[in-house]
Design a protein around this ligand. Structure first.
Ligand code: ITT
Length: 202
């Protein structure tokens, strides 16, 4: 197949606008002019229960592929992510979105009261298509859970997550820094690099 000139068209399936915005910004900054991202929040994904984000993302992607005409895009992308807190044996992990809705940051901080091991990692798995194949790329950023929420930028757990090597939360540090070092940035850049080299090779 001949090399397709111009931008690669991506369909990103997510109901989370913050996630979508970050992915768009990461791609625009790291690969200027290379991708055109369409976002769909309407396609329902199958979200299985598993400890493994890669498995969750791949199965969600395959469930989406059954519902769409994938030929319209160079790649269809789904991202699954979560915050894994060491002292809580990885909780909330794949249940991060649900847990935040139910008990909020205050609930998480309560579970961490008196806990000296505050280590935690954000993880992301980006599942994507290249022609008829489905692949997955993963990313991780580790740090510690703050004693109380700080900052107003970012989303989700960002006000209580302090990345390693910094003294402030992601919500204080802001998206410029977050999008350079985040779990999502690492995973999406790997997927984007794979897409660019695989599609160029054809
Ligand atoms: P979609 O499945 O539709 O993409 P979602 O928000 O339900 O949206 P996930 O199931 O992957 O997505 O849940 C990820 C949750 O983990 C997210 O809602 C946040 O609570 C948390 N999370 C993941 N990455 C985060 C980040 O960069 N900053 C803050 N919280 C994050």
């Amino acid at each position: 197949m001949a090399h397709r000139p111009g931008r690669l068209r991506i369909l990103l399936v997510t109901g989370n606008r913050n996630k979508a915005r970050e992915i768009e910004e990461i791609l625009a900054e790291s690969f200027p002019g290379a991708f055109e991202v369409e976002i769909s929040g309407d396609i329902e994904k199958l979200e299985i229960q598993s400890e493994d984000l890669a498995e969750i993302a791949l199965i969600a992607l395959r469930s989406v592929l059954k519902k769409i005409d994938r030929g319209k895009w160079d790649s269809v992308v789904v991202e699954d992510s979560g915050l894994f807190i060491e002292a809580l044996k990885g909780f909330p992990g794949p249940y991060s979105s649900y847990v935040l809705r139910k008990i909020g940051l205050e609930g998480i901080l309560k579970l961490m009261e008196g806990e000296s091991n505050r280590r935690a990692c954000y993880r992301a798995a980006v599942a994507y298509t290249i022609d008829n194949e489905t692949r997955v790329a993963e990313g991780e950023v580790c740090g510690v859970i703050a004693e109380k929420p700080r900052g107003s930028r970012g989303f989700g757990y960002d006000p209580i997550f302090i990345p390693e090597g910094y003294g402030e939360t992601f919500a204080q540090l802001g998206e410029g820094l977050k999008n350079r070092i985040s779990h999502r940035a690492i995973a999406i850049r790997k997927a984007a690099q794979d897409l660019l080299s695989s599609i160029k090779r054809q």
